[in-house]
Design a protein around this ligand. Structure first.
Ligand code: SF4
Ligand code: SF4
Length: 180
């Protein structure tokens, strides 16, 4: 039995596609124009309808749950809260944390002699924060990590230490998340 042959009228298909494309193009333009004129009129009236932030001169307050770069908590006496247990190093899925532990004069505590995070590899996942038993490494709201060299993007302990009162919102959020 001969196969049923269907002849496709490509010319009419192309014509219909062209009309559809022109309609879509016109619709896209109208949406762009609508937003442009609304934003322009808002700006002229002094009531802007878009929230443009002039970064870095201006910044936005980010929610406590926001995960920026991980930082080390610095206690009021200037020391790091980290006891160099290595759990965050172990938990990090991209191996971007390097710690050299050392003894302290205190008979119990240790501290990190070296604590480096390669921000070029960090993916801001927050697993180091979750693994830490001391609340010593937390996700901050900082995102400015660019550098001019590959080496410059490795942050060491001195770069990473942030006074605990500046991290109070995040630390409070972590404690409340344990209760949930
Ligand atoms: S946020 Fe994630 S990737 Fe970055 S240091 Fe912590 S565990 Fe590693
Ligand atoms: S930051 Fe926390 S998990 Fe990482 S080594 Fe220090 S105490 Fe341990």
């Amino acid at each position: 039995m001969a196969a049923r042959v269907v002849t496709v009228d490509r010319r009419s298909l192309r014509a219909r596609g062209g009309a559809f494309g022109a309609r879509a193009f016109a619709k896209g333009l109208s949406v762009t124009w609508k937003h442009f004129s609304r934003n322009l009129m808002g700006w002229v009236r002094g009531k802007p309808t878009v929230a443009t932030v002039m970064f870095p001169e201006e910044d936005v307050v980010k929610p406590a749950a926001f995960r920026g770069m991980p930082v080390l908590v610095q206690m009021d006496d200037g020391k790091e809260r980290c006891v160099a247990c290595g759990l965050c190093e172990w938990a990090c899925p991209v191996d971007c944390i390097s710690i050299d532990p050392a003894e302290t004069p205190d008979p119990i505590e240790r501290h990190p002699l070296r604590f480096d995070i390669d921000m070029g590899r960090c993916m801001f996942c927050g697993l180091c924060e979750e693994a830490c038993p001391e609340e010593a490494i937390v996700m901050s709201d900082r995102v400015e990590i660019s550098a001019f060299s590959r080496g410059g993007i490795v942050w060491n302990k001195e770069d990473l230490l942030v006074p605990q009162d500046q991290l109070a919102r995040r630390l409070d959020w972590i404690r409340r998340s344990y209760e949930r």
